[in-house]
Write a protein of this length. Structure first.
Length: 313
């Protein structure tokens, strides 16, 4: 079947990881298409923090700048969603909702999904009054009344960490069964503990967390989401995964997966990466992919050299 476009590299996902890969490749004069579904993980937040040179920038503005930068080097950024990757190195076909692309190499930078506890009102506040990462948003809520909701094994760690930003931290274990050690650690750091199921979270001026019918007023809540890498494309095409949860697709130091020609960067393979790490991983993958294409270019040149130039007449 004839594809409606051809690129040396197709990048799936136009967050900071994908765009950073595209920037390196575009500047290396590779033909690159980025396909992006336009739903970066931090889209719920007003501002992004901790990314040197960009601290306090709205997430949408950060990516607008990124798209403008890659487009300077003739990278095409195409809105859309890749549904499947088929074929093999130098002959990949990517199925989109509205057509197909072919590529020699593929970079997957599709990010991850944050799964939250099923508490009424919680999702509506995600990225606003309900946050996940103390390093990203702790400073903005220093010395405020901070709640931490129990959900998974990271929850206690998050509560202990937040005592660096505020003396007023309350832990709501909710569905997390505190061990004796965890309880001792929390109490030693001055964290208050409110047992029972959280019934509702509402923004009523203060953030109100209701447990057993009792309203607790706070300024902000942190919950460590359970991370689910958006890696169906990689798994479908046969990329190897790690044995330990979240069973992420394995990449080597160059960002290469176990399938030749397919690379991955950012949260899809590194669930703890923040913006700066994801961008760095994308840039690293950009150089790896370019080197791999150069190896092909040199191999082709050697074949031509063996055949030799046409004889002079
Ligand atoms: C609420 C919140 C706030 C955060 N705040 C900060 C912060 O202040 N500082 C910080 O350093 N980190 C922050 N983070 C973490 C940050 O969002 C991630 O580190 C970063 O987004 C990872 O970048 P990425 O490029 O890997 O993925 P993403 O930014 O998620 O980008 C992935 C892109 O791929 C697209 N995509 C997915 N599937 C497909 C497909 N099949 N076809 C085409 N496109 C696809 C998505 O729509 C998306 O546009 C925050 C996270 C959350 C949840």
């Amino acid at each position: 079947m004839t594809a409606d476009a051809t690129a040396e590299v197709v990048v799936v996902g136009g967050g900071v990881a994908g765009l950073s890969a595209a920037l390196v490749l575009g500047r290396s004069r590779r033909r690159v298409i980025v396909v992006d579904a336009g739903e970066p993980r931090n889209r719920y937040a007003h501002l992004a923090h901790g990314f040197l040179g960009h601290d306090g920038v709205p997430p949408s503005e950060l990516l607008e700048r990124g798209r403008a930068e890659v487009e300077r080097y003739d990278v095409e950024v195409r809105p859309g969603r890749v549904l499947a990757i088929e074929g093999q190195i130098n002959e990949f076909t990517l199925r989109l909702e509205d057509g197909e692309l072919t590529a020699n190499r593929v970079v997957v930078a599709t990010g991850l999904h944050d799964r939250l506890p099923d508490i009424p009102g919680l999702e509506e506040q995600w990225g606003r009054r309900v946050l996940s990462c103390p390093y990203c948003h702790g400073w903005e809520h220093r010395e405020q009344r901070i709640a931490v909701l129990g959900f998974n094994s990271w929850s206690v760690h998050t509560a202990l960490l937040l005592t660096q930003w505020s003396d007023d931290v309350t832990f709501f274990p909710h569905c997390w069964r505190l061990s004796e050690d965890e309880e001792r650690q929390l109490l030693a750091r001055g964290v208050q503990i409110v047992p029972g199921d959280v019934e509702e979270v509402t923004d009523a001026g203060p953030l109100v967390i209701r447990v057993g019918g009792m309203p607790y007023e706070l300024d902000v809540a942190f919950v460590t989401s359970t991370v689910e890498p958006l890696d169906e494309l990689l798994k479908q095409v046969g990329c190897a995964t790690a044995d330990a949860p979240p069973n992420a697709v394995v990449v080597n130091a160059a960002g290469a997966t176990s399938v030749a020609g397919i690379y991955a960067a950012g949260n899809v393979v590194d669930t703890v990466a923040q913006l700066v790490n994801s961008a760095a991983e994308g840039a690293r993958v950009g150089t790896s992919v370019n080197q791999s294409l150069l190896d092909d270019d040199v191999a082709s040149a050697l074949v031509s050299a063996v055949v030799g130039p046409p004889a002079a007449t």
